[in-house]
Design a binder for this molecule. Structure first.
Ligand code: LRH
Ligand code: MN
Length: 388
């Protein structure tokens, strides 16, 4: 019973940040299926995110993407979010949608284009000053499509130079978190393709530079929990972009494609005691609900992270350590699998009861009629999307 009680306490304090862009229309190069009731602006995205927090109790902040979520009155948006019971979180820069960035942004051969990209990143820090956000999240689409197209080392020099300028601008309580991705949209080299490259740049920059792990950004078969354990060991895990995939950067609901992988990842997080706020690791969803209802999709995703976390918290650490020390391979694996095979739904019902919430967030949200109401109300105007 003791483990369950401890887990309940930890699960009540879990914090999962939501991506504003998950509430807008999204898709693939083949089609973006528009959905009725989709937000038309940042205020409506914040309203939808607040619904996820209202019914789960563990999603109190919304990550923004610039320029998709740019507003004229940042103080007004901060106040509106607070009125909705949420806060504004990570600021995501965007140097992947301007025609000037065809050959890259901070790695572009032309210094004028690099300066344009750096100016955008500096503007994002101005926005962080206005929203009180801690993290500037940097994902660069930069790369090449053909061997010989550009100088691989020179691009790394340009990247390092650009990041150093931005790093200098960070305030005392601000950080930059650098996200790597194996490929896409570039298909030969990507300038920040893996955790090693991201870590080298962060170590060069300084303590306020950390690495972001996005579950969909790895080659098939990559042992992501090994990367997580290694970055936590180095004190350089800055954030997580949760989603899942069967093939590439599918951005499906976290835990939907591989719940066992999510459990293994959360076990490394729990074992490093990195769930607690002062571990300063931001856990964010980064998903695209291309065909499914978006708010319900976010609620289900939060529940999937809670389930994996609950199972990870129930691994009998002493029994595992004893079996590992004894070289009892099957014994150790059995301890690990016992936790994974534990039905934690009753524990999560208890967590929600302790938070004064309905035991089934999805059913409660559906009963609230919010989804039908916004479909009725949000008529006209331009639905939000990736603006590509
Ligand atoms: C890139 C990425 C990045 C975001 C974008 C929405 O694939 O994961 O984190 O900027 O998705
Ligand atoms: Mn991501």
């Amino acid at each position: 019973m003791k483990a369950q009680e401890a887990a309940l306490g930890t699960l009540k304090m879990q914090r999962i940040e939501l991506p504003s862009w998950a509430f807008g229309n999204s898709g693939t190069r083949f089609k973006v299926f528009r959905q009725p009731g989709v937000p038309r602006d940042t205020v409506e995205k914040v309203n939808d995110a607040a619904q996820v927090h209202k019914f789960t109790g563990v999603a109190p902040t919304v990550a923004l993407h610039i320029p998709w979520d740019k507003v004229d009155d940042w103080a007004g948006l901060v106040q509106h979010a607070a009125d909705q019971g949420v806060g504004l979180g990570t600021i995501n820069a965007n140097t992947f949608q301007d025609d000037d960035y065809r050959l890259g942004s901070v790695c572009h051969p032309d210094a004028r284009v690099r300066q344009k990209a750096v100016d955008h990143l500096l503007e994002c820090i101005d926005i962080m000053d206005a929203t009180g956000s801690r993290d500037l999240k940097l994902w660069f689409a930069d790369g090449t499509n053909y061997p010989g197209q550009d100088d691989i080392r020179a691009r790394q020099d340009r990247l390092a130079e650009s990041l150093a300028i931005v790093y200098q601008r960070l305030g005392p309580n601000q950080r930059m978190v650098l996200e790597y991705k194996l490929f896409e949209p570039a298909f030969y080299t990507t300038d920040v393709p893996d955790w090693g490259t991201a870590l080298v740049h962060c170590l060069t920059l300084g303590d306020k530079a950390k690495v972001v792990v996005d579950t969909g950004h790895h080659a098939p078969g990559t042992n992501i929990e090994f990367i997580v354990a290694s970055l936590l060991r180095a004190g350089r895990l800055g954030g997580f972009d949760f989603n899942s995939r069967f093939y590439a950067d599918d951005d499906l609901m976290v835990g939907a494609a591989d719940p066992f992988q999510l459990f293994r990842i959360m076990f490394e997080v729990v074992k490093a005691d990195a769930l607690k706020p002062d571990a300063a690791v931001s856990y964010m969803l980064d998903q695209s609900h291309n065909i499914e209802p978006k708010i319900a999709g976010q609620i289900r995703s939060v529940m999937n992270v809670q389930e994996a976390t609950a199972k990870a918290l129930l691994v009998d650490g002493d029994a595992l350590a004893n079996a590992q020390r004894a070289g009892d391979v099957l014994g150790a694996n059995a301890v690990f699998m016992d936790a994974y095979n534990t039905d934690v739904r009753p524990l999560l019902v208890a967590v929600r009861a302790a938070l004064g919430l309905d035991e089934d967030p999805l059913a409660a949200f559906t009963r609230s009629g919010y989804a039908d109401r916004v479909i009725r109300e949000r008529v006209g105007g331009e639905q939000a999307g990736w603006g590509a």
